[in-house]
Every structure is written in C-alpha cells, then in structure tokens.
Design a protein around this ligand. Structure first.
Ligand code: FAD
Length: 505
C-alpha cells in the first residue's frame, strides 16, 4: 500500500521543523506532528499580561551571511523571514576579581583586550586563537561540504585534520595546550554554562564552534522572540507543500521485519510512512517503538548515556525601564559568579537545590528588552534569571514538595538579584518560574535536559554522539540529542546534516 507521507517527523522543535523545511523544499511529502498547541519546543514564547517572554533564547551565534548557521536558514527558506537583532555585548562576567565586558567587536578586538589584561600571555593568546580559528574553519567546511558523508569522514585526516587532533580534548585540555594561566582559562570559558558542563568536562569538539562564532560574529536575539523563528520554519514547510499539525501527540511507532511502517497519532490515528524522524529524546523514541525492536547492545549503550543539565529560569516583567537600576542600554547577558572555580560551581549545581548557595554558584541574567523593546509595553521591561541545575532532583517530587522547592529557589535567586540591583523586587509586575519538571512537562525531554545528551568527550563529536540512524530501518534522530548537539544552531545544523547524509536528492 502506498505510504501517506515520505517522512513523518515526531516533534516540532527546531530540529524537526528545519528537517521538514529542508525535505519539503526538496519536493518530498512531509508531515510534522507536534504534541503541544504551538510549534517550537523550547523555541517558543508565552504571554503574561502585557509582557511577551521567550521560553529559552538568550543568544544565538553566527546569524551573519556566510556562516554555516546562516546558510542553514537560507536553505530552510527563512533567512529573509526572520529579523535577527545583534546584541551589543557578547557577555559580561562579574566575579570577585572584577568586572569584564566583552563587546561585539570581533576576534581581533577580543584578542587585543585579553593581551592588554594578561600581557605576559600575549603570545600564548595569539597562538590559541590561531588554532581555534583553524578548528572553526575546518568544522564549518566539514558541515558545509556538499560531498557525501562517507567521503568527508574518509578524507578528514587530510582535509579537516583539526577535527581529529582535538577530537578527545576537553575545553580545559585545549586551552592548556597554549596557556597554564588559571584565570585566563576561566575567562576564555566564561560562557560554559550555555553548554552545561565546566571546561574540565566539556568536549572541545562541541564548544569550539559556538565559542569562536560568538566572538567573531556576536550573539543575536530573534525579533518578537523565538516563536517568530519557529513559526517561520512551519510556514516554510507549508509553503513547500508539507504539513505541520499541532496538538497531535505520537503514541506509537509501527514496524515490521525490522523496518518502520508508520505510526499512530492521537486524534489522527494510523499513518503509513517509511521514514520516521524523531525530534524527541531517544529514550521516548525507543518507548514509542517498543524496546524489543532494538538490539540489546544498542539499548545497553542508550541506558548508560547521560543527559545534559537542565535549568531553572525566572521570567520577570518590570513596571519600569532597566535604566531605573543603572543598567546601560548596551548590556545584555551578564554572568555572575563570586569567585569559585567553574568545577566547584558545577558540583554545587549538580547537588540538591537546598544545598546550592548562589553566593558561590554562578547564575546569569538576560536583559531582554535592551535588545528587543517590543517584548514589553513602553516604559516597562523584561529580564530573565537562569541557573543551571540537575534535572534529577525535580522529577519525582510530590506536589507540595515541588512547590516548596520551586518557591525556595525562586526566592534565593531573587535575593541575589536584589543584592545586585537594590529595590528591583518592588518593581516586579509579573513573575513566572520554569523548573526542570516544567521543561519535561512541556517538551517531554528526558530529565528536563535542555541540550540533549551531555557534551562529555565520550558523548560528543562526529564519531561518538548519539547516531542519527537507529538500528531499526527507517527510523532517524534529529535535534539536540544527536550530532552536533543542543542549542538553536546545533538543533538546526543537525537537520542540515541529517538531510545531507540520508536524504540527498
Ligand atoms: C531555559 C532554556 C534556555 C536556553 N537557552 C538557549 C540559548 O540561549 N541559546 C541556544 O542556542 N539554546 C538555548 N537553549 C537550548 C535550546 O533551546 C535547545 O537545545 C533546542 O531548542 C532543542 O531543539 P530540538 O530540536 O532538539 O527540540 P525540542 O525543543 O526539545 O522540541 C521537541 C518537541 O517534540 C515535541 N514532542 C515531544 N514528545 C512528542 C510526541 N510524543 N509527539 C509529538 N511531539 C512530541 C515537544 O512538544 C517539542 O515541541 C535553552 C533551553 C532552555 C530550556
């Protein structure tokens, strides 16, 4: 019997939507099934009173023509449908040692800035950035090369040697090739909370691309919030003849003789297709197909893989402009950490919420309306506080215990905010908090992970990331859980690579 669709995609997150846009623009019959009432997964907005909040986006790297990230938007047909707003500062880092502001001025200016701050390290800094630049170029070339994947892999030692050279380096090991200066290394890795692991554990193969891209091309917000990006992708799918259905949960994947045959969606029923592309966690995907569909060795490996960290985020609408608290118009992402090393901060982040002391543990602040004033009514503003936390302490709580834990963490973070900006609490007009449990409830992501599997060296990179193809014919993975990994750009680039590798025309 003829299949209803060439491919059905489970989940309308950025990875699923970008895949659908690329496939439908090739002329394939594609259907996206999203269980929530709006598309985007983490890349969505919500409204509280007059305020618009972006669920997740703080910054996207590389939204400039010529980069692989931008090329992916062009291929999805949305580069001219979304407005990217440049953030004037890449980040500000406030520690006991001082206050460091990195402006959106490019790699040379950043190197110069570091050389002035650490003059005895100047030559090391230059060598480090020369190597980081080559890695970025080779990774970009690997992603963008039109050659078949097998040929790219085979020719890696000659064409992309840096991918092999740094393949098993952590971020700290890469930096230590050039400098032993502990403070310089912490400053270089300041954005590590974005990637969910401290430099001693984070794979350089994953960090290297956004690290260089942010410094070279800056960070960007999406005008109107990330819902505009997700809606533009869905629109592109529909314009090319594909379908995107919301409030349509997938409850089963069908297979016969080791081959996918279709799936069942609530409210629609059975759908026939030869290709199912999962944008949801591999744990949930395996459940939908039934564990008996997979070899024991595959299941054993999956059961031992570790999810990335989750997050606790507070969304705040203020009844006044940010200038009320002396915040300048150029500020955007501010990382606060009072002096402990990134590893000891991370240890605290992994512990039970009651044991986290935010005097010592990093948290960060985003000043959303400084980049997109349209998110709040005139004269008002929105900010977000985010702390990296482990999902495991939030999933199995009773209702009262959960509410108490959520209230306590909100209060602890608001106390930090008040200490930095006295009087700010009395200006809060609306407040909402999202916990790891919220992340799981809304997206189904295992342990509330915000970036798929943790990017440790044994779970990262072209050769070790969770594969895009399952050992069940016709079943594929896209998005944060597979290569290259989480983040807006990561999820969309995974779609680009999946289509190039398995769905070439
Ligand atoms: C608080 C927070 C802050 C973040 N900040 C940033 C940032 O500043 N920059 C950045 O680049 N990244 C950031 N991220 C990470 C980034 O948002 C994610 O890594 C990325 O959006 C994941 O995309 P994805 O394609 O893997 O799908 P997801 O967003 O995980 O979407 C999966 C979709 O599948 C749907 N689904 C689940 N089960 C089913 C089912 N059975 N049937 C149908 N549909 C189903 C879900 O509803 C969801 O829509 C942040 C994330 C969070 C939570």
């Amino acid at each position: 019997m003829k299949p209803d669709y060439d491919s059905v995609i489970i989940g309308g997150g950025l990875g699923g939507l970008a895949t659908a846009a690329l496939l439908s623009r090739q002329g394939r019959r594609v259907l996206v099934l999203e269980r929530y009432k709006q598309v985007g997964g983490y890349a969505t907005n919500f409204q509280r009173g007059d305020f618009t909040f972006d669920v997740s986006l703080h910054a996207m790297n590389g939204m400039t023509p010529g980069t692989p990230s931008y090329r992916c938007l062009q291929d999805c047909g949305i580069a001219d449908k979304v407005t990217f707003l440049p953030q004037k500062t890449v980040y500000r880092l406030v520690t006991r040692q001082g206050d460091l502001i990195v402006r959106h001025e490019g790699i040379d200016a950043y190197q110069q800035f570091l050389c002035e701050r650490y003059p005895q390290e100047a030559e090391n800094i230059r060598q480090l950035f020369s190597a980081a630049g080559k890695m970025y170029q080779q990774l970009s070339a690997f992603v963008q090369s039109p050659d078949p994947f097998w040929w790219k892999v085979l020719s890696t030692p000659l064409r992309f040697p840096r991918l092999m050279r740094y393949d098993t380096d952590t971020v700290d090991q890469f930096f230590s090739r050039f400098t032993r200066h502990p403070e310089l290394k912490e400053v270089l890795a300041a954005q590590w909370p974005y990637y969910g692991l401290p430099p001693e554990q984070l794979a350089y193969s994953y960090f290297s691309y956004p690290f260089f891209d942010y410094l070279a091309h800056g960070g960007y917000s999406v005008k109107g919030g990330s819902q505009s990006l997700s809606d533009a992708l869905a629109e592109s799918v529909r314009a090319a003849g594909g379908s995107v259905e919301t409030s349509r949960s997938v409850i089963q994947i069908h297979h016969h003789n080791g081959q996918v045959t279709g799936l069942t969606s609530k409210k629609i029923g059975d759908i026939r297709t030869q290709h199912v592309i999962s944008n949801i966690s591999p744990q949930a995907t395996v459940q939908l197909a039934g564990r008996e569909a997979f070899p024991a060795s595959f299941l054993n490996k999956l059961d031992n893989m570790k999810p990335a960290m989750s997050a606790f985020q507070i969304y705040i609408g203020l009844d006044c402009p940010l200038s009320t608290f002396g915040i300048g118009p150029d500020e955007y992402s501010v990382f606060f950490c009072d002096g402990l090393s990134s590893s000891s901060q991370f240890q605290q982040m992994c512990s039970a919420p009651e044991q986290i002391d935010f005097h010592d543990t990093g948290w960060f602040l985003n000043l959303f309306t400084n980049v997109d004033p349209g998110l709040a009514p005139a004269g008002k503003s929105t900010i977000g506080i985010i702390a990296l936390v482990s999902g495991k302490h939030w999933q199995q709580l009773g209702k009262e215990q959960y509410q108490a834990r959520k209230a306590a963490m909100t209060d602890a973070l608001l106390a930090q905010l008040e200490q930095r900006f006295p009087g700010i609490r009395s200006h809060i007009e609306v407040l909402e908090a999202g916990t790891p449990k919220t992340m799981t409830t809304y997206t189904g992501n295992y342990m509330g992970s915000i970036n798929g599997f943790a990017q440790t060296t044994d779970q990262a990179g072209v050769w070790r990331r969770f594969p895009m193809r399952y050992p069940l014919k016709g079943l594929y993975q896209v998005g944060a859980w597979t290569f290259p990994g989480g983040g807006y750009v990561g999820a969309m680039l995974s779609a680009r690579m999946l289509v190039d590798r398995y769905f070439r025309r």
